[in-house]
Design a protein around this ligand. Structure first.
Ligand SMILES: C[S@@+](CC[C@H](N)C(=O)[O-])C[C@H]1O[C@@H](n2cnc3c(N)ncnc32)[C@H](O)[C@@H]1O
Length: 271
């Protein structure tokens, strides 16, 4: 796990860097920031805000829901769920720097009452109290070798009928091409644990969950990337979070998608 912590811990002072970028845009973090403004930096996954919206729509979330977001990063998806559905979201992440930033960004956006964040390793998750109405995992499974173990722990945290949504980068079945590193989720192969959607489905089923749907999001992601390339540039970007190698990581990932070796895929399962 230490490799994963180091990979996501390349940059110190993430919250300060985001604050400086906001100030350079003429915004005043002290008087409140619209959470939508943060999307280019706090939605750390392919397809950003649009993918989060598409992904969470079928999780049955309402104003009374308590949601567990495993590997929450800077908390963008957590805030977006809380804002859209009026629910409460608990985010857990391995990287203390990200959890500190997540708390700061929730304060900045006035969403500290709707979201809470904890430092923790979800591979040793122990929340078997069935307290959650839904759980989400966005672009995290690529760092988790024991998916059956993680999915069993998440199933224990869900109430009966609760849904678990996964949106990850998955290996295309039948391809074992070597990928170029670094990737946005791993500095080298040692922290990359890509699996196919069939493997995910088998692990979910083994954990006692019923798969509701499997949806490939490659087209949505391609459209979002194209729109971002054509649109105005913003000082808020994932370079603030991952450092100067982020463009290389992103190029390597796009190459792997274009080559057909990996794909962004959403899976929803129910307890
Ligand atoms: C690509 S980021 C995605 C963050 C967030 N889900 C989002 O979409 O904006 C992956 C995150 O997973 C976290 N992560 C990876 N392995 C983890 C583990 N075992 N326990 C908790 N968090 C983990 C990383 O620290 C990182 O913040």
């Amino acid at each position: 796990m230490s490799g994963v912590v180091a990979h996501y811990g390349r940059v110190r002072g993430v919250l300060d860097r985001i604050t400086e970028a906001l100030t350079s845009m003429g915004l005043d973090p002290a008087t409140g920031i619209d959470p939508a403004v943060l999307a280019p930096v706090d939605e750390f996954h392919l397809g950003g805000h649009e993918a989060t919206m598409a992904f969470t729509a079928s999780l049955g979330i309402d104003t009374n829901s308590h949601i567990l977001d495993v590997g929450c990063g800077l908390g963008g998806p957590a805030r977006e769920m809380a804002r859209t559905y009026g629910c409460h979201v608990l985010g857990i992440d391995l990287q203390p720097e990200f959890v500190y930033a997540a708390e700061g960004l929730s304060l900045m956006t006035g969403m500290e009452g709707d979201t809470s964040f904890e430092v923790g390793d979800v591979t040793v998750l122990d929340r078997s109290d069935r307290a959650f109405d839904a759980a989400t995992m966005i672009h995290v499974g690529m760092n988790v070798p024991d998916k059956p173990g993680l999915f069993a722990a998440i199933a224990s945290a869900l109430r009966p009928g609760g849904r678990f949504g996964i949106y990850d980068i998955m290996r295309t079945a039948g391809t074992d091409a070597e990928l170029g590193f670094p990737l946005p989720f791993a500095t080298d192969e040692s922290d990359s644990h890509l699996a196919s959607s069939d493997d995910y489905v088998a692990a979910l089923t083994g954990a006692g969950l019923s798969v509701v749907h499997v949806i490939e999001r490659t087209d949505l992601v391609g459209q979002v990337i194209q729109r971002a390339a054509d649109g105005p540039k913003t000082p808020l970007n994932l370079g603030l979070v991952m450092g100067s190698e982020f463009p290389t990581m992103f190029t390597n990932l796009r190459g792997a998608i274009k080559g057909g070796f990996v794909r962004p895929i959403e899976i929803v399962a129910e307890k």
